[in-house]
Design a protein around this ligand. Sequence first.
Ligand SMILES: NC(=O)c1ccc[n+]([C@@H]2O[C@H](COP(=O)([O-])OP(=O)(O)OC[C@H]3O[C@@H](n4cnc5c(N)ncnc54)[C@H](O)[C@@H]3O)[C@@H](O)[C@H]2O)c1
Length: 304
Amino acid sequence: MDDLKGKVAVITGGASGMGLAFAHRFAAAGMRLAVADIEAPTLDSAVAELIEVGADAIGFQCDVSDADSMQDLASSVYDTFGTAHVVCLNAGVAAVGTMAELKLADWQWVLGVNLWGVIHGVDAFLKQLITQDEGHLVVTASVCGHTCYPTAGPYNATKHAVTAIAETLYNELSADGSKVGVTALCPGFVDTQIVNSGRNRPEHLLDANNEALTLSVDEQRERDAILEEFSAVAVRPSYVAELVHAAILDNTFWVFTDDRHSENIKRRQLEIRERRNPSERLPMLEEAFGVATPPLSPADHSSG
Ligand SMILES: NC(=O)c1ccc[n+]([C@@H]2O[C@H](COP(=O)([O-])OP(=O)(O)OC[C@H]3O[C@@H](n4cnc5c(N)ncnc54)[C@H](O)[C@@H]3O)[C@@H](O)[C@H]2O)c1
């Protein structure tokens, strides 16, 4: 897209972290904003904050894992703004544990938001984007869409899947000569609330074993230390928003936020090429910070 002024952006997971940063960056570019999120109070304050800085923003409460809720979002956006140009399918959550530890509820929750959320978004918005032959879809994937760190099975599975969805879509639209662009955003560590994504986990998908995951004082201290380190090395959401804004303007497909995980991605690609067995042994945070990932509390049943 050449000019974003006056155009409409829809952002799922727009009340926090990267989604909120996209909203601010798009507002600065003169876009009108549909900010969608499941967390009502945070959504209200995010929209109030945007309006305060002069943005034309409306909040829509929605659950991306629910097909009807996403269709309702699309209808409300078209009723309110008449159109949509930039659609950021960004809402996401994470659950941590080995496959032996994880429960079906963990898979259902993470796949529902991270994978079905993107599928529902494509289903709700793509046809109109193609018809108007103008717009851009941003899919928030992750470096986890290119790696297979232990203890992040459901998260890895969803990020590999949405990377494939975005890339397939890019190829299909290019083959058709469409003017609709696609970006696969593959962040590394970004300083957001992803580490607390358990806050939005629905009751019916709580892990039956959650009680066993209550942290001891020492485990809590260790976890806090990891989160502090995470936050110190993580890039700011506003920086990611700059990259996304630029990618929309010049139709860049791959957007990575840093090179921290490049060696691991390269090593995996080489192992595939040379038909060698995988060698990724450490969980992502342990690999990055050299400390074991402690168990997670019920309230924080998540990790970046
Ligand atoms: N922070 C990182 O290090 C990192 C790295 C790579 C990828 N990502 C991805 O970035 C995206 C944004 O996450 P973030 O890091 O800004 O975290 P965040 O927790 O700050 O923001 C995520 C937003 O998604 C919303 N959300 C959760 N479940 C939802 C649902 N069912 N329906 C609608 N909204 C829902 C949350 O309320 C929240 O506002 C996610 O897809 C995440 O997987 C994050």
